[in-house]
Design a protein around this ligand. Structure first.
Ligand SMILES: *[C@@H]1O[C@H](CO)[C@@H](O)[C@H](O)[C@H]1NC(C)=O
Ligand SMILES: *[C@@H]1O[C@H](CO)[C@@H](O)[C@H](O)[C@H]1NC(C)=O
Ligand SMILES: [Ca+2]
Ligand SMILES: [Ca+2]
Length: 322
């Protein structure tokens, strides 16, 4: 890329954003400090030391965890090993994790770099696991069939599309049908970092199906976690750098209409939805600077939000843990 382009971009940024430095501080929430708290009902689960990027809980208590993400600008804990999908059973007294074997001749295990995940269970109870993958920092969705007896994932296909350049998370609405967030607009790593620094808010949400792909929402300052209400009527999108969760009404033609947004004082990431109450559980980063500028002596904190009555007027949230 030419230097002129860089300079024009920088100029553009400075012209549009009166004070990029102070907006950067707000967006990264750089001043938020949190004190560690005692977590009496929490147990450390061994075997996920390379990080758990996303998780998905099935109604029978089985849990899929994607682990070992390598993402530009973020600390990687196992940079010389491929990522993996782990399985846990919450029905066990002290759940342990087991790495799922991946089967399928066309799948390249050595470049597996799993990010957001989602599941879809069809009428005959087949469980499909959809995984955002970044082989060589590209973006694909890998479609697997879960084989519970064999504790394995059968690779069925790889999905790529030009509207899915920078996927972060997905929510499946069919075996090969999903909404995905793109967390950046640009593909080039250098332009990506400017996009993030300046807060261009050009990231988006795309609906994908084998016959139809369309962008359904955009203008996010880093679209991150995405999920759907238990009745399938509402879609939730976490906008990381704006500290917001957007609520959309989903239509039969898969388009989304914005209903409202919820504001928080933390960088919102992955969203889980309680299948019974519809409450949102949100994994968050109180201080974004500590995430993007990792310091082992002062590691980034994280926290969990529980938001209830998201659709109604009694919306409230509590910070569960720090
Ligand atoms: C949510 O995402 C963040 C980073 O994107 C990760 O650090 C965290 O472990 C994730 N949490 C879960 C429960 O998936
Ligand atoms: C999709 O459905 C909604 C609600 O019925 C409607 O308002 C919108 O115009 C439709 N969009 C397209 C592209 O068909
Ligand atoms: Ca997910
Ligand atoms: Ca995420």
């Amino acid at each position: 890329m030419g230097k002129m382009t860089v300079l024009s971009l920088l100029g553009l940024g400075l012209a549009f954003f009166r004070d990029p430095w102070s907006s950067y501080q707000t967006r990264f929430n750089v001043f938020r400090e949190v004190e560690p708290v005692e977590l009496p009902n929490c147990n450390f689960v061994k075997g996920i030391e390379a990080g758990s990027e996303d998780l998905e809980i099935l109604s029978n208590g089985l849990v899929f965890v994607s682990s070992g993400l390598k993402y530009p600008g973020l600390k990687s804990f196992e940079h010389d090993k491929p990522g993996k999908i782990l399985l846990m059973d919450l029905n066990e007294e002290e759940p342990t994790v087991l790495e799922l074997r991946i089967i399928g001749s066309k799948f390249d295990l050595s470049s597996f770099n799993p990010h957001g995940i989602s599941t879809f269970t069809d009428e005959d109870n087949t469980v499909y696991l959809l995984v955002v993958n970044h082989p060589d920092f590209k973006s694909t969705v890998e479609l697997f069939k879960f084989q519970e007896e064999e504790k394995s994932l059968l690779h069925l296909k790889t999905i790529r599309h030009k509207l899915l350049p920078n996927m972060n998370d997905i929510v499946a609405v069919g075996p090969e049908h999903f909404y995905a967030t793109n967390d950046h607009y640009f593909l080039d790593p250098f332009l990506k970092s400017w996009e993030l620094y300046l807060g261009l808010a050009w990231s988006n949400v795309v609906y994908y199906s084998p016959n139809e792909v369309q962008m359904v929402a955009d203008g996010y300052d880093f679209a991150n976690g995405i999920n759907i209400s238990p009745d399938g009527k509402y879609v939730y999108v976490a906008e990381l750098m704006a500290h917001k969760i957007h609520v959309y009404e989903k239509h039969a033609n898969w388009t989304l209409t914005p209903l409202k947004h919820l504001d928080f004082n933390t960088l919102v990431d992955n969203i889980s939805v309680d299948p019974v109450t519809g409450d949102l559980w949100v994994g968050c980063h109180p201080n974004g600077k500590k995430i993007f500028f990792y310091d082992p002596k002062n590691p980034p904190p994280s926290e969990e939000l529980l938001s209830s009555d998201v659709l109604g007027t009694e919306f409230r949230y509590i910070l569960l843990q720090i």
